[in-house]
Structure formats: C-alpha cells, structure tokens
Ligand binder design. Structure first.
Ligand code: GLP
Length: 275
C-alpha cells in the first residue's frame, strides 16, 4: 500500500487526477471505477480541466460506479446517477453507452446485481477504482459487517450513514435506507485502487482502515489485502497515522532509487542511497 500525504484537498485532488489521467492516456479504452461523495469532487474538476485544456480523451473510456441509492430514479437530484452527470460526465467526451451506474429502480435487485457483475467482467475488469471512505469505515456502501468477499448486492444502510446523508435531503423520511453497491470482493478485483480521504473527520477511520486490523467492521481495511492500492490523503486526514513519517520516507526514497537505477553506476556499486 502506497500512502501519499498531500498538504490539502487541492493537492490530494490534483495528485489523484494525475494518476487517473495516466491510466487513461496509457490505455484509452480503460475501465474506470468511480465513486460519489464530496471527496472525489476535486478530482473530477481536475479531470474536466484536463479534458478541456489538455485534450484528455474519454471517448473510449468505460466507467462503472460503485453504488446507487435504492429507490431513487436516475433523474433525482440526489441520485448518484445525477451526481455523476452533474460533476463529471456532462463535461467530458464520454460516450453515454460507456457509462454504468447501478439502477436504483431495479425491481429484481438480485438479478440486476448479477448482471452488473457480469458487465464489469465483460468490460475486462476495472483498471483503477476510485474510492472514498465513509464515517464508519465503509467503501462504496459496504457497511460494517459486510463480508470481505461480498459481491454487488442490495445493502441496508446504517443509521450513521443515513444521518450522514440527511444533509442532502429535506427530511429524514426522504433519505434512502437502502443502496445497490459493489461488494468488497468486487472492489478488490480492480487492478488498482485509489483511496482518497480529506479532512479531520476522516482521520480516525483512515488510521483504522490503513493501520488497524483487517476487519469486516471497517470494510476499507480490506484494501490491505489488495496488492496495488494508492491512498492519497491530506494532512488533516492523516493526522492519526502512526507511520506517517515512514510513508513520506518511502515516497522520497522511491524517487531517489529511480534516479540511481537510471544512472550509470546503478545501485549496488554506486554511492548508495543517502537521504
Ligand atoms: C457515501 C458513498 C461512499 C463515499 C462516502 C463518503 O457513503 N457511498 O462511496 O465514500 O459517502 O462520502 P464523502 O466523500 O462525502 O465523505
């Protein structure tokens, strides 16, 4: 797991956008796994800027969103479908048929979820999955207690999540109580995961996810099992990490090692690596 600490939200968003843009440039028909919530908004803004100013091309990119509220139509202003169009899709050249978001109105949720899993497989799997982290440590809507092997399914939201989401709705009654979400097992099959976190509200849960035990009580901790995870977080969100200095050291040394390996002397008989 690589942990990159950026000064603030802006730094986190730009770094994340660089990584996603690199995937898009290297593989123009890549499959992106996308997330909603306030955390990735800056990343999406930066991708839009790259599209407009640098010609970043999404015409062959496919996307799969992590989750959707169950019971909200796609044109509901609080649906994740609406969110994704408003904050990303309407501003880039993605082909509408390449956008996949769980259908919050699927009557037969089980059949729909199986189909969603099939569609991800048929698309060749997810190249990079963007993730945020919920206040209770969830990724997507995999609430505490979700099996770490879970697949896309209908999930009952916790009271904490319902409360967290209430700010977007005019009354508690309107806040969805269920969601269709990719499972932890589904997410772990992405080739790479990019976990973003910002703000002091996420500090404790991020430390639990990265440095705590792997547990279904904090489903983001399952990312410790994944061989290719990049965490990008700001200073505030990383304030409770015990090994924060080491993560920064790794980043510096990785850069140095690259330089040394590219130099004529190489590593072993060169001057060694000095900090
Ligand atoms: C919701 C979403 C998650 C997201 C989380 C955090 O629960 N299903 O994918 O990571 O909110 O939201 P925010 O980024 O607003 O803190």
């Amino acid at each position: 797991m690589r942990v990159i600490v950026e000064k603030d939200y802006d730094g986190m968003s730009k770094k994340a956008a660089q990584i996603v843009a690199e995937v898009v440039r290297e593989k123009p028909d890549c499959v992106l796994g996308l997330a909603t919530g306030s955390t990735p908004l800056g990343l999406y803004r930066e991708l839009i800027r790259m599209h407009k100013e640098e010609g970043l091309d999404f015409s062959r990119v496919k996307t799969f969103n992590l989750d959707e509220y169950y019971g909200l139509p796609p044109n509901h202003p609080q649906s994740y479908n609406y969110f994704m169009h408003q904050h990303l899709f309407d501003h880039i050249n993605i082909a509408p048929q390449n956008i996949n978001i769980p259908n919050g109105l699927a009557r037969d949720a089980e059949a729909f979820c199986a189909e969603y899993e099939r569609m991800i497989k048929d698309a060749g799997g997810i190249d990079i999955q963007v993730l945020g982290i919920g206040g209770d440590g969830h990724i997507a809507f995999n609430e505490p207690g979700s099996s770490l092997g879970s697949r896309t399914r209908l999930k009952t939201l916790t009271e904490e999540t319902i409360r967290d989401n209430a700010r977007f709705f005019s009354s508690m009654e309107e806040v969805p109580k269920f969601a269709i979400t990719m499972g932890v097992g589904t997410i772990l099959e992405a080739r790479r995961c990019l976990l973003l976190a910002n703000g002091s509200k996420k500090a404790k849960v991020l430390a639990q996810a990265i440095e705590g035990p792997i547990t279904a009580q904090v489903t983001a901790s399952a990312l410790q099992l994944h061989p290719n995870v990049i965490v990008i977080a700001d200073e505030e969100a990383t304030s409770e990490l015990k090994r924060k200095d080491y993560y920064a050291h790794v980043e510096r040394m990785t850069e140095k090692l690259k330089d040394i390996l590219a130099s004529a002397e190489g590593l072993i008989y060169g001057g060694g690596i000095k900090e």
